[in-house]
Design a protein around this ligand. Structure first.
Ligand code: B12
Length: 310
């Protein structure tokens, strides 16, 4: 079972949620896993590799650096991750303020969500927005919070009603945050959305806030948009840039067709940017469209700042 080398890199990426690029980088730079090779030199991974990569991903999400943990065994990684309950770990990685009775901010959100206490959730978000800068709020609280809630749903620890309840409050909060950024009239315009078939929306909304924070006038369109509508919105708002968030799935042939259409209908002076966990799956077509592909999500504020100079 342990040496059942049968998973090609694309399947490993699908299952673990890591990009193909990250898997290769973790292998080359840190010897995280040692895949076998087929006769044609393609990588094949074992179940144990899958397990290790999944644990490594989780540990990096909790704030451990890959260089420090890549050499650990599956058992050592499990021990590292198992020290506390899942959301204590996640909260630890973002170093939230610990209250006198030891509760963390994220735990408080989870408690409020479990009680369907919308007022409390809004209150907690409001307090955090006063306490942190916008960048820190997005990076250190909102993103780990969404991931915690989503993961709890994926693991069956909460009902879909809890997840939808909390996600809709976070969505409302992020939309409101976007509207309350003071943007000068002369700011460049950007359209942000997820393309057709991509329903994970919160990443796009977080990215929209990063962009607005760096002085972009954002037209946020939401999720699941056909290309004609995106281009029409960009033309009407005189946007220089269209920004797509691609989270799941990573192999939608209809989305490839959508991008092919974009190639025909998008005016050449509009720059396309694409990012998100599954952007790697569409590289070929995105390159054809001339898109800027952003795979590394660190320092998103700086990236949007830099983009203004283009
Ligand atoms: C929350 C969540 C959900 C929510 C979505 C709520 C919503 N309205 O968006 C719910 C619970 C509904 C959901 C449902 C599903 N999900 Co889900 N979900 C997640 C979860 C936990 C977090 C995603 C998220 O919002 N993260 C927070 C945001 C801020 O992060 P993000 O989207 O990655 O965006 C960041 C970066 O990627 C980047 N970024 C994003 N876009 C862009 C764009 C640009 C230009 C740039 C520069 C950067 C950038 O910036 C952001 C900030 O850092 C992930 C697991 C995870 N740990 O990430 C799974 C995950 C994405 N989901 C997954 C799956 C499979 C599903 C389902 C298909 C499950 C099912 N069996 O039904 C469904 C169906 C969705 C569908 N119809 O397509 C898989 C995808 C697997 C894969 N390899 O592709 C994941 C990875 C979980 C897993 N490990 O299996 N999900």
């Amino acid at each position: 079972m342990e040496n059942d080398y049968k998973y090609p890199i694309k399947a490993v990426s699908e299952i673990t949620g890591l990009t193909v690029h990250a898997i290769r980088a973790w292998e080359k730079r840190y010897n995280a896993v040692e895949p076998a090779r087929t006769d044609t030199n393609r990588r094949l991974y074992s179940s144990r590799d899958l397990e290790k990569l999944t644990l490594l991903k989780k540990a990096t999400e909790y704030g451990h650096s890959i260089s420090g943990i890549a050499s650990l065994s599956v058992e050592e990684l499990m021990k590292l991750l198992g020290k506390n309950h899942a959301f204590d770990e996640k909260a630890g990685s973002v170093k939230p303020q610990t209250t006198s009775n030891g509760e963390t901010k994220i735990q408080r959100f989870v408690e409020a969500m479990n009680n369907y206490d919308g007022k409390r959730l809004e209150e907690l978000l409001h307090h955090a927005s006063v306490e942190y800068s916008r960048t820190k709020l997005l990076e250190n609280l909102i993103t780990p919070l969404i991931i915690t809630i989503g993961d709890m749903w994926h693991k069956g620890e909460i009902r879909v009603s809890h997840e939808h309840f909390a996600s809709s409050i976070i969505r409302k909060f992020l939309l409101n945050l976007l509207e309350t950024q003071s943007i000068p009239e002369t700011a460049p315009n950007i359209v942000i959305c997820t393309p057709k078939g991509q329903t994970h929306e919160l990443g796009a909304l977080v990215v929209a806030n990063f962009a607005a924070n760096e002085g972009w006038k954002v037209t946020y369109l939401g999720a699941d948009l056909p290309m004609e509508d995106v281009v029409s919105a960009a033309e009407e708002t005189k946007s220089r840039v269209i920004c797509f968030s691609i989270v799941y799935p990573s192999d939608d042939i209809f989305l490839i067709k959508e991008f092919e259409r974009l190639d025909h209908i998008c005016p050449p002076d509009i720059t396309i940017i694409a990012g998100g966990a599954s952007v790697g799956g569409y590289k070929e077509i995105l390159k054809k469209v001339g898109a800027i592909i952003i795979e590394d999500n660190s320092g998103l504020s700086d990236k949007f700042k830099l983009l203004r100079k283009f």
